[in-house]
Design a protein around this ligand. Structure first.
Ligand code: HEM
Length: 485
């Protein structure tokens, strides 16, 4: 019997099973274009706890609710680290953000501040006027397309919508007409997400990896993105410092809050919270908050168009509760029981982050009777867990009714369904994300019927996924809105 550095007993010496790999690269070649699917197949053969090797990095892959529970609840603290990655490290001013920073006293302080100041229910509610204003403008532009009988590009529109909401919440001013309007911001954010999802050679091959990344052009790609983001954030911060009259409404936006925290820290003599922290947190919010919401909206509509009986049922419910109203309000949404099941089912079938955000063990520990060393990379295959046939009946089918009379939700307590992760590093943006997704989707379904263009049938709808940190609909969704107003 041994103890780990936290004094917890380790009663096993048994090593997890390891699928055979190749010399040097280990199992890297087995990840393929959709790693969550490849790893799920590998787990079918080798079990829910596997130790693979990505280059020189031993990596624990967990693929059952039971294993997720051990990592996110029973031994949460041992599994709360983050691996250092070249790209995310550069993008977050050397990991002085919250999402990618290793588990430490710094992370605990930062998380405490952010949860209280930025992500509290009160703060999320205070942004209700912003959500409503942006959503109204969005609905008007869809109505204009409906009047012309034009198909709309749901991916692009949803991105612009979530970007506009997060932009206004973060900076207190509109996305439209800003420095980042047009395709500039979308390109920048997508390049940033792609880089965060890139397997940099330096992360898996010590010494030679750095050279490989330099020769492959990764260094210059990362430098370009960092420079653009930094220039943009600098200008936003400067404007906030120079003027307090920029905001259209009287609310504190997120930059205001972060600058206030910065001032308070400087006043108290603390030195750890610098302008780089302010910028790095803003990067987290954009990386975490924009694409994710847009991706959920697109998948939800895709599934609804593919399943017309579900579409009818959910529209009937929304139109019943908001009958005669110009728009569905956030208060109305509490009544929409079936609608909420539709969103849950979307999050189950289409995990935005199918492998969550990678973790790292912070001490020697255990996993379902196996011994796990300190410093091991940990991948939780939330996608495989959400489709585990031992837990879910007909797991590949979109059946919102499965959540009828079920207490299972996505807040990190039900380990068979963890789209936002769980444990101490659970997504702090759940309330912000759900408020945005629910309001917009409810109104899209209330006001419009959605038809496939060019006589396409629901069976012909392409469901292919693309992957790069997030998992999105690969073939853009185009639908013709029919105004119901
Ligand atoms: C549908 C929308 C969203 C999904 C599916 C999602 C999913 C996730 C997941 C899976 C994690 C990793 C959890 C873990 O390691 O166990 C995470 C972390 C995080 N998310 Fe989200 N997220 C969403 C929206 C947001 C929003 C709107 C924000 C902010 C405005 C946000 C900010 C963050 C941050 C800062 C972290 C890192 C937390 C930490 O490491 O302490 N997310 N999110």
């Amino acid at each position: 019997l041994t103890k780990n550095k936290r004094g917890r007993s380790l009663i096993t010496q048994k090593q997890p099973p390891s699928p055979p790999g190749l010399p040097i690269i280990g199992n890297l070649h087995q990840l393929g274009a959709l790693p969550h699917r490849s790893l799920a197949r590998l787990a079918e053969r080798h079990g829910p706890v596997m130790l693979i090797r990505l280059g020189f990095e031993p990596t624990l892959v967990l693929s059952s609710a039971e294993a997720a529970k051990e990592a996110l609840k029973t031994r949460d603290v041992d599994y709360s680290g983050r691996p250092i990655s070249f790209c995310s490290g550069k993008l977050t001013y050397n990991n002085v953000d919250m999402a990618f920073t290793p588990y430490s006293e710094y992370w605990r302080e930062m998380r405490k501040i952010c949860v209280v100041e930025l992500f509290s229910l009160k703060r999320v509610q205070s942004f209700q006027p912003v959500r409503t204003e942006v959503m109204d403008a969005f609905i008007q532009s869809v109505a204009a397309s409906a009047a012309e009988g034009e198909a709309v590009h749901l991916g692009e529109m949803s991105f612009e919508l979530t970007a506009s909401i997060i932009f206004k919440i973060a900076f207190g001013r509109s996305f439209k007409g800003s420095l980042m309007d047009g395709k500039g911001f979308e390109k920048l954010l997508h390049e940033t997400t792609a880089l965060v999802g890139t397997f940099a050679a330096a992360d898996f091959f010590p010494y030679v990896g750095w050279m490989v990344d330099k020769l492959s052009g990764l260094h210059s790609r990362v430098d370009r993105v960092c420079e653009r983001f930094d220039g943009f954030l600098e200008s936003v911060i400067r404007e906030h410092l120079n003027s307090d009259k920029l905001k259209d409404d009287g609310h504190e936006d997120i930059v205001d809050v972060l600058l206030r925290i910065h001032r308070e820290h400087v006043r108290s003599g603390a030195t750890w919270f610098t302008m780089n922290n302010v910028k790095a947190i803003l990067i987290d919010i954009f990386l975490g908050g924009v694409d994710t919401g847009a991706i959920v909206l697109v998948w939800a509509l895709t599934e609804l168009v593919k399943n017309p009986e579900v579409m009818k049922k959910v529209q009937d419910e929304i139109r019943h509760w908001a009958s005669g109203k110009e728009r569905v309000t956030e208060e109305d949404i509490d009544n929409l029981k079936y609608f909420k099941m539709v969103i849950k089912e979307t999050l189950r079938v289409h995990l935005v982050g199918p492998l969550l955000v990678q973790k790292k063990t912070t001490a020697k520990t255990q996993m379902l009777g196996y011994l796990i060393q300190e410093g091991v990379r940990v991948v939780i295959n939330a996608w495989a867990i959400a489709r585990d046939p031992k837990v879910w009946d007909q797991p590949d089918k979109f059946i919102p009714e499965r959540f009828n009379d079920s207490l299972v939700d996505y807040r990190g307590q039900h380990f068979e369904f963890i789209p936002f992760g769980g444990g101490r590093r659970i997504c702090p943006g759940i309330n912000m994300a759900m408020a945005m997704i629910e309001l917009v989707l409810a109104n899209m379904l209330h006001r419009f019927d959605w038809k496939l263009p060019d006589g396409m049938t629901p069976e012909e709808l392409d469901m292919e996924e693309g992957f790069g940190f997030t998992s999105f609909k690969k073939v853009p969704l185009k639908l013709v809105p029919v105004d119901n107003y």
